[in-house]
Each structure stands twice: as C-alpha cells, then as structure tokens.
Write a protein that binds this ligand. Structure first.
Ligand code: PRX
Length: 635
C-alpha cells in the first residue's frame, strides 16, 4: 500500500505509528514508489548523532531535476509548472510549462558550463523573484553545481561574507529589481560585494529593469545572448544521494552566518512528500507560497517540493501592499489559487488594513491555508480563518527550520483538527521530544521544554559548510543523541505541540531569523559606541522587533542622540540589510553583567518588554546600579 497521500486522521495515526516503528521500511517505500532513480540505494539510513553523521539512501544515484522536470514531460509537458506574477499588475503574467522549464533550465545549465562551472562548484544566486531565480537553482542542480542563494535584500557586506565563506566561483544576478514602487540596484550591490571576493570568476546578469549598469569586461556577462545561443538539451549530471545540492545561510546566535548544507536524495524525498500531504495538493491545483526563494521556504515549497509533484507553483515578484493591500487577494482570484502559504507577519500587516481589501475578491478557490516562520497569534489566526478561508479552509501552521529542510510539525489538512496557535502533530516519520534543563526527556502531556528531534529524517542538514564542529556544537551537543532545534515548545493535553519561541539569542523579526551577535558587531563598529546588546520585544505586525541598548564611549548631553540612532541603523543596513534595523535604541550608562562579564540579556529583555515585575536577584551582578538607570530611561 502506498502511504504517499494521507487522506484522513485515522490513516495519519496508522501511518505515523508505522513510520516511527520501522522508519527504514517507511522511507524506503516512499522513495521507491514516487521518484526516478538512476540506481537504487544499498542502505536507507545510517546515522550517528554524536559525530554527527547522517546519510540517507546511500549508494543511490539520481538527478533531482529529472524528478522535478523531465519525468513530467511524458504526461504533463504542456502543464504550467510556474506562473510568474510580476511586481506590476499591468505586466502580463507568464505561464511556464514543464516543457518550457526543461528547455530554459537546460539552456541555463549549458551557459553555466560554458563559463567553467562544474560539478561541486559553488554558484551564488542573488536575484529578485523572477523566473530566472528558480531556473538558476535548477540549472545548478542539473549539472551538480551547489547553489547558494542569498536573499536579494541582504547588503553587499552580507553578500560578500556568504560568497567568500563557500568560495563561490560565479554570481548570478540582475541589473536591478522591482519592489513595489521602488527599484533596487542589485548589480551595484554585487559590484560592491565583489571588491572583497577574489573567488568569483564570472557574473551573469539578467536584464530585468533595463537600467544603465557597469559591466566589468571579462567578468560580467549579460545572460540573454548566452541563453539564446545555448542548446536546449543538457544531460543531467548523475549525482550520489549524499552529494550536496545547496548551501543556504541562516543566522546563528553567535559569529558568522551558518551555511547549512542540504544533500540531494533525502531532501528531494522529504520536500516532495511533505508538499503533497501538508497542502493536500491534487492534480490541477494552483499552489502559491508567498515566501522569497532566498529563504528555505522558497527552496522547498516554491521550487523543489511542488515541482517534484508536477504541481503548478506561483512565483510572485512583488510585495503585499503594491499597488495596494489587496494585491495578494487579487492574485489569488486571478490565478484561482487553491493552496496559499504565507507568514504570520504578512497576515498581521494585511489584517491591520481591514477587510475591504479582501472583500472585493473572489477567494472561493482557496482550499488550504498555511503559515510558517514564526508563531501565529490567535487574533491573526482567526482573521485568516474568517476572512481568507471563510472558515472552510483548514489552516496548517507549519513549524520547521532552514536546518530541517522541510515541514516537521503540522496539521494534515482535512485530517488533523486544527487549534489556533498550535502546529499540532509531528509529520510522518518525525519524532519530537521535549527536554528539561537537566537533559532528561519530559514525558506525558501538558508539559513544556526544549524541542528536540530524536531520530533523523531525510532532509535534515548534514553539516555547516566548512565547519562541521560548529554543526555539532550548535545542534547535537546540548542534548545527547538529539537534534536540538533551539526552540521551546509545549505539549497540550492531547499531545498537540505549540512552539513558544527561540530559547537562544536568535530573534525572529517578521519571520526572519536574526542573530543578535552580528547586529551587535555592526553597531560596535560605530566609532562612538563602546558596546551594545540587542533583545526582542513584542511588535503588533513583525511579531518581534529589535531593541538595542547601546553604551557610548563618551557620554554627555552634547551628543545628538537622534542622529546617532540614524547612524547606527545605517551601519546595520550596510552590514546586514534593512531587515535588521532596530526599532528602539536606548543609550545606557552600562549593561548589566554577571561577575564573569556576561551580559544579562534576560534582564534587558524583560525591561524592553516593560515587564519588570520579576527581574530576579540583581544584587549578584557586577554592576547592579545600571539596572535601575536602564529601567528609568526605557523607551
Ligand atoms: O523559531 C522557529 C520559527 O522559525 C525558526 C526557523 O527559522 P528559519 O530557519 O528561518 O526557517 C523559517 C521557515 C521554515 C524556528 O526555529 N518558526 C518557524 N515556523 C514556525 C516557527 N515558530 C512557530 N511556529 C511556526 N509555525
């Protein structure tokens, strides 16, 4: 019997039980029945979390693009694979069929080869949400190059750090991008970044906005003429199951960003299988995920998961409020979207504008609604349920991470009864546990603890590029033989999970993971700053916003604090990008520290949240007097 498509709650339980009792058999059947392999594996899984070493489908040979494109050509060549909806609603949408996609990916793959890219080389992709972005990922995968997509909102410094970390040989970018009414000079950002990247030999440039840009001879190439000359056939490189497919950077609580490495076979199987079930995608449906392909959500659930299922996936270039706050709903109506997947922060921003923007549109096509990226509050959940799903479309609150590759805890729509703010139950094959401070598993229900996973799943990241020790330290050292997620969670009386938030120094702002350390480093570079500490505080739309406590080298009234605040945010924008800007900056005489010199963020967090009822014993601090001063001047 195939377990590929779960259709009801009893079936979920039945299959779930089997999936954890005999994971090898379970994952073997899924892989065997639904994918195209050039050679079969000789072992389904081998793993040792203490090293950590994890391998899935060892010995298998495949190419993921054959699974995402070629095999659909037999039956669905003329089906739309990607609907491209441009930023400007007056520009015509494009319907890219599987046949078109096959040709365009092959042409791009041939261009990459002609510029010297080979299997195993890293290619950095810094593009807006245009078809060439998805095509570039797939073209890399076609020839076995490892893509490293950098979200096109990151600054030149952030871009160069990422390019250098994985020593990318090539960058694919565009002259610029449209973002609502604005245009952004992407090529200029790339040029700035490349001043400090000696590894990059070639830059391919898509013409998106027709802007005047500088092309560096021998290094920069317009992509269109190269594509026009390239063959539409490109034999897929046959990859090992465990060959890296891509690197994607995520913020850590300390140090530089972590290049999470995902490999080929396991990632393919898991993203395809979760896509099918989490969205209950059925033939002919139109699916839309509003994330950017620059994040893991876009990799797994705009590109690989949907295409592996032969689905139609919408790729939207623009923003939710351009030309007005009804844009999402206009697109749902226009393309008759059946599954709609977005972030709580977008829901909150749209809810604030009122239902008028919704009511003008026919949303009857919607069957399933999804959220991802951060906890969804009850109010936003109900707004989504009432106004978008009209109480008929189940909401799947999907919990997962860049590191997990695919959805881990989620309702199965039409099967799992939903509960606002709860991600509910583990996906098939996933074994979550809650751990206490002493490293013991907390059993039973109505408990809370730190969320870990105790058995591998096919799409777990395999390492951090160039730093396996950090991979081990971050995810496998806090609890023995467990993958530690960095999140806290509670399990209610029926066993449903609710994610309560990060338990480390990562703050989720508008669904984006931001590490405190890199932001503090950026601030500390300001010549007037002595030190700083960043914490999160609740924000109506962003979920969390950033609060910075900054100590200056020279205090005194003479400093223009407002101007300093601007300068600090400017530094953050340059070093990281505008998403990391601080909402509030408080200048302080000092930061509360333990006797060993560690900043007491817990206290700062409480003060920023205006919750000073229970600050704990501050008398043991090195400098208890600063706490009162900070409280007196809180913003
Ligand atoms: O804290 C959790 C939160 O987002 C973190 C992962 O962020 P990132 O790697 O950027 O991936 C986001 C998209 C998969 C998690 O550790 N998070 C993600 N989804 C949820 C969530 N928190 C609560 N509920 C969710 N549904």
């Amino acid at each position: 019997m195939s377990n590929y498509h779960i259709k009801n709650f009893p079936e979920y339980f039945h299959v779930y039980r089997n999936s954890v009792r005999n994971p090898e058999l379970f994952w073997e059947e899924i892989a065997e029945e639904h994918f195209l392999w050039r050679e079969k594996w000789h072992k389904v899984v081998s793993w040792d979390f203490s090293k950590p070493e994890i391998k899935w489908y060892e010995g298998a040979k495949l190419n993921i693009t054959e699974n995402c494109i070629d095999r659909h050509l037999y039956t669905n060549a003329h089906k739309t694979a990607i609907i491209f909806e441009p930023n400007n609603p007056d520009e015509e949408a494009q319907h890219i069929t599987y046949k078109d996609l096959h040709e365009r990916v092959n042409q791009m793959a041939n261009v990459l080869k002609s510029k010297g890219i080979q299997k195993g080389d890293r290619v950095c992709i810094y593009l807006p949400m245009i078809p060439e972005l998805a095509i570039s990922l797939l073209a890399c995968a076609r020839i076995g190059a490892i893509h490293s997509v950098v979200f096109a909102g990151f600054s030149s410094t952030a871009l160069s750090t990422r390019i250098n970390d994985s020593e990318c040989k090539m960058v694919i970018t565009s002259d610029g991008s449209y973002r609502g009414a604005k245009t952004i000079d992407l090529k200029g950002i790339v040029d700035e970044a490349l001043v400090s990247c000696l590894c990059v030999e070639a830059v391919l440039v898509v013409n998106r906005i027709n802007s005047e840009i500088e092309m560096k001879p021998e290094r920069d190439f317009w992509i269109a003429p190269l594509l026009a000359e390239a063959s539409k056939e490109c034999a897929p490189e046959i990859m090992d199951a465990e060959d890296p497919l891509f690197i994607l950077y995520t913020s850590g609580s300390t140090g530089k960003p972590k290049g999470m490495v995902h490999t080929t076979a396991g990632y393919m199987v898991y993203t395809a299988y979760t896509f099918k079930n989490v969205f209950q995608y059925t033939k002919g449906d139109v699916y839309w995920c509003t994330a950017d392909i620059g994040w893991i959500t876009g990799h797994s659930y705009i590109v690989y998961g949907p295409l592996a299922n032969g689905a139609t996936t919408v790729l939207f270039e623009g923003v939710p409020n351009y030309p007005n706050y009804g844009r999402f709903w206009e697109i749902v109506e226009k393309h008759k979207v059946n599954q709609f997947y977005t972030a709580p922060t977008a829901i909150r921003a749209l809810a604030k504008e009122g239902v008028d923007f919704v009511d003008h549109h026919d949303l009857t096509s919607i069957k399933v609604l999804g959220t991802v990226g951060e906890p969804i509050n009850e109010e936003a959940w109900h707004w989504y349920d009432d106004n978008i799903g009209k109480k008929k479309a189940p909401i799947v609150d999907t919990w997962w991470q860049t590191e997990t590759g695919g959805v881990m805890i989620t309702p199965i729509p039409f099967s799992t009864p939903t509960k606002p703010t709860y991600a509910t139950l583990p996906f098939l094959g996933i074994q979550p546990v809650l751990m206490d401070e002493n490293g013991n598993e907390i059993t039973g229900n109505q408990v809370d603890g730190k969320l870990c996973i105790k058995y591998p799943w096919p799409s777990i990241a395999r390492t951090i590029w160039g730093d396996h020790q950090r991979f081990k330290d971050t995810y496998f050292s806090t609890f023995k033989n467990m993958y530690f997620t960095g999140d806290g969670a509670l399990r209610d009386e029926v066993g449903y999970y609710r994610i309560t938030g990060r338990v480390d120094d990562v703050i989720i702002v508008s669904g984006h993971n931001l590490g405190t350390a890199p932001i503090e480093d950026a601030i500390n570079e300001h010549p007037a700053v002595s030190e700083s500490a960043i914490v999160g505080f609740p924000h109506d739309i962003k979920g969390n916003a950033l609060y910075g406590y900054v100590t200056l080298k020279e205090t005194g009234e003479s400093r223009d604090h407002d101007n300093l605040r601007k300068e600090i945010n400017q530094m953050i924008t340059e070093q990281i990008g505008p998403i990391a800007k601080l909402d509030k900056i408080q200048f302080t005489e000092g930061l509360p520290k333990t006797r060993s010199g560690k900043i007491m963020r817990r206290i700062l967090r409480k003060i920023a949240c205006k919750d000073t009822s229970n600050l704990g014993d501050t008398s043991t601090l090195l400098n208890p007097e600063v706490v009162q001063d900070i409280m007196d001047n809180v913003l």
